[in-house]
Design a protein around this ligand. Structure first.
Ligand SMILES: [Zn+2]
Length: 605
């Protein structure tokens, strides 16, 4: 008996044998079993997902001699003839080869006549979008008033090209691309049934290359069996498909995430031994980063279609959202520029080094920064570190032991894999010296942003917006300053006198005495008549008995100028908090890797 190709041999004979497409099958099975049949069905989907398989099964179900049901017997002459493709009342047409209107007319001429053998005349028109406009018109007339004994099963990869008039008269079923996971499972099942030894990793490779098409997957498997002399193993499949080991791509990105330039270049060296398609490698990196970004936002959205869910989730924990976005963009540009690079490997290396060179300034590898955050006592810095880590700490189904980003003790200028590097490919000394253990940059604490530029008083003025031990009201210095600042506003001073008054501190206010302290640098400006103007203004408010003194001495109370600055900084801090806690801003930060430029925040009055 001659060898029958797997795709044909394993074409499903019953609806229950169909892999995937449950949503479509359920509707069809119910329609058949409940006898609620439409006269025209349209199956859409890419090649090899089972459009014609379903249509043929449907034809069997309609014409099986045991009656219309979703379980055709498979034994009667109708079932057998349909399976063998010689059933007279199943008219199969490939529209791609019969596009002319005459063909369609000829085809539809016999529609009126009752079926010769079966219950229904079934027209299966594949690639129906290829029909010409006049052919569609001819078909449409029949679709508008179909004889009761006729069923139309249309299949297309491109439903957009069908006229609305045809679409609206068909019951449409969209067949989905099969996931690699689904295909891999089916291949495993088929090969087991065929008693062909196989390696699971090889099946994953085949499943991924099939790009959602079971037919392609089975054809590739046939090839692989021939290639591997009766067995399907990973090495053979890899060289047959010309794919590189994805593990190498993960390794590269793990080192990028850990900011280890030397390890990155070593991984590229290991990759280069396979003379890969560098354009494809950069494409793999882009796809990988896309899935990592998804994993950070919605961990549950990461499917296992490539059999690498765990690795993706682990990587998602090693990178910040903004890093992922940056690396994605860099990889995309590197891929675009690759044709311009004299040596493709050079292009890959530059792209990876660019990722490291342009990574966000404060970004340390995540594992390291977590340790910093714990030892940091500043609560503001703590909370910042927490929010930064939040998106990546969410995955609940994360692997139990998230792989640490490859702790490497010391830089190894001559690491083992580089031993056999030809001299012209040796790393430049300074690059090697960059090593893996980057000096930790101290994370600038956020409190720095909310502190006044110049410390206004000997006592630190608390600038924290929320109540902390040194709350503004509890501080007598500030309280005194408050009274003077309010008084100043009522004095109606202007120009230099007002400016000088703003920088005085009211140190003593007793009975009718008001004593102000000023700094040495004010001495020259605080001339006699300016003192007079300030004193007069105060007496006009406080009464003539008030005695005003100006003494050059250390200021221990807040001046109105310092108070205004403190208020400004506090409002700015509040504005930063308001922006950071704003729901829209948080969405932008989480989903698009947005960051807040704190220096640009301005409070609105
Ligand atoms: Zn039958």
């Amino acid at each position: 008996m001659s060898y029958q190709v797997l795709a044909r041999k394993w074409r499903p004979k019953r609806f229950a044998e169909m892999v995937g497409q449950e949503h479509v099958l359920k509707a069809l099975v119910n329609a058949l079993d409940d006898d609620r049949l439409h006269h025209a069905y349209l199956f859409t989907g890419t090649r090899g997902v089972g459009k014609t398989s379903i249509a043929r099964l449907f034809a069997k179900s309609l014409n099986c001699e045991t009656g219309v049901s979703s379980e055709p017997c498979g034994q009667c002459s109708a079932c057998v003839e349909i399976a063998e493709g010689r059933f007279v009342d199943l008219i199969e047409v490939d529209a791609a080869s019969r596009t002319k209107v005459e063909d369609t007319r000829e085809l539809l001429e016999n529609v009126q006549y009752a079926p010769t053998h079966g219950r229904f005349k079934v027209y299966l028109i594949d690639e129906v979008h290829m029909l010409s406009n006049s052919s569609f018109n001819a078909l449409l007339k029949t679709l508008e008033e179909p004889p009761p004994h006729v069923k139309f099963l249309l299949a297309t990869t491109d439903p957009q090209k069908l006229p609305m008039t045809v679409l609206s008269r068909c019951l449409q079923f969209n067949l989905k691309n099969l996931t690699a996971e689904r295909i891999q499972q089916h291949l495993e099942y088929v090969l087991q049934e065929e008693s062909i030894p196989c390696e699971v990793a090889a099946l994953w490779l085949l499943a991924r290359s099939a790009d959602g098409s079971m037919r392609d997957a089975l054809s590739l498997t046939d090839q692989a069996i021939a290639f591997g002399a009766g067995a399907v193993n990973e090495a053979d499949v890899r060289s047959m498909l010309g794919t590189i080991d994805q593990q190498l791509v993960y390794r590269i990105m793990e080192h990028v995430a850990a900011h280890q330039p030397q390890a990155v270049l070593e991984a590229v060296y290991a990759l280069a031994e396979f003379s890969p398609d560098y354009h494809g490698v950069l494409g793999d990196i882009v796809s990988l980063l896309h899935r990592v970004a998804l994993a950070q936002v919605v961990p549950a959205a990461v499917d296992n279609s490539l059999g690498d869910r765990e690795q993706i989730l682990a990587l998602a924990q090693q990178m910040r959202a903004e890093e992922v976005q940056l690396y994605y963009q860099v990889a995309l540009m590197g891929r675009k520029d690759l044709p311009l690079v004299p040596e493709p490997r050079e292009g890959l290396e530059m792209t990876l080094l660019r990722m490291l060179a342009f990574r966000p300034a404060d970004a340390e590898p995540l594992a390291a920064s977590a340790a910093t955050a714990v030892t940091d006592a500043a609560p503001a810095a703590r909370s910042h570190a927490d929010t930064a880590a939040a998106p990546v700490s969410t995955p609940t189904s994360a692997p139990k032991a998230a792989p640490a980003p490859m702790p490497r003790a010391e830089p190894q200028p001559a690491a083992p894999p580089l031993d056999d590097v030809p001299p012209w490919e040796e790393l430049p000394a300074d690059l090697a010296a960059m090593g893996d253990a980057e000096p930790k940059k101290s994370r600038p604490a956020d409190v720095k942003h909310v502190q006044p530029a110049a410390a206004p008083l000997n006592r630190p003025v608390s600038s924290a917006p929320e109540g902390v031990p040194e709350a503004p009201i509890a501080d007598p210095g500030i309280a005194k300053g408050e009274a003077w600042a309010l008084l100043l506003q009522t004095l109606g001073l202007s120009g230099m006198a007002e400016s000088l008054a703003r920088n005085l501190s009211l140190e003593v206010e007793q009975d009718d005495l008001m004593r102000f302290h000023y700094m040495p640098e004010q001495e020259a400006l605080l001339s006699g008549d300016r003192r007079e103007r300030i004193s007069d203004a105060i007496r006009q408010v406080k009464g003539d008995a008030c005695h005003v003194e100006f003494i050059q001495a250390a200021q221990t109370r807040e001046t109105p100028a310092q108070r205004a600055e403190r208020k400004r900084v506090e409002r700015l801090a509040e504005a930063v908090v308001a922006i950071e806690t704003d729901a829209t801003v948080q969405i932008l930060m989480e989903h698009f890797g947005a960051t807040i430029e704190r220096d640009s925040v301005r409070p609105i009055d």
